[in-house]
Design a protein around this ligand. Structure first.
Ligand code: ADP
Length: 191
């Protein structure tokens, strides 16, 4: 198994690169953002709870996302490996993920962290808002709240994996294909 975390602020290109990476490496994509939006579309109790946080640009409570990831891991016992996108986003989530993976005896191989300047992030998110149909991408205040959550709660997740020497920074600016190549080089050197 090969498990990887694609890390970076909102708008850093995790979703775009994840799609390309899962198709090249045959990994199962686990995006908590996508899973939560799916719950909202189906109007489940979990979706209803998550929506109020997501609309404000706040993180959804840890226990909600952790149990959602736990179920997703159980439902994909045969996966060749997992690509975690948008998860873990707090140190509590990182510790919980390690415990879940310990049970499966399959650790995180690497965290690839996309590095993108703040100006570029804001620009990309506002452009994405014109077409994504995501209400959290159209309001500048909500975008700023998401970036603040990232700085306040999510950046420490990289420190957590740094302790285990698992973090690799990757330049997240340039063309989609160039960034993809940079990510592939890092993965290929570790498989
Ligand atoms: P982005 O990275 O552009 O913010 P996501 O789709 O990853 O987009 O996340 C959208 C929203 O979903 C976040 O603002 C947050 O409210 C919620 N969310 C996604 N993943 C998590 C997570 N791991 N923990 C808590 N909240 C999450």
């Amino acid at each position: 198994m090969f498990n990887l975390i694609l890390f970076g602020p909102p708008g850093s290109g995790k979703g775009t690169q994840s799609e390309k990476l899962i198709s090249r490496y045959g990994l199962k994509h686990l995006s908590t953002g996508d899973l939560l939006r799916h719950e909202i579309t189906r109007n489940t109790p979990l979706g209803q709870e998550a929506k109020s946080f997501m609309d404000k640009g706040s993180l959804v409570p840890d226990e909600v996302v952790i149990s959602m990831i736990g179920s997703a891991l159980d439902e994909n016992q045969d996966a060749k490996g997992f690509l975690f996108d948008g998860f873990p986003r707090t140190s509590t989530q990182a510790e919980a993920l390690d415990k879940l993976l310990e049970l499966k005896k399959t650790p995180i191989a690497v965290m690839l962290a996309l590095d993108v300047s703040e100006d570029e992030l804001l620009k990309r998110l506002l452009i994405r808002g014109e077409t994504s149909g995501r209400s959290d991408d159209t309001n500048e205040q909500v975008i700023r709240a998401r970036i603040k959550e990232y700085h306040d709660k999510t950046l420490v997740v990289a420190d957590y994996y740094r302790k285990f020497r698992k973090v690799v920074m990757v330049n997240g600016e340039g063309s989609v294909d160039n960034i993809f190549q940079r990510l592939c080089i890092e993965i290929d050197s570790r498989r």
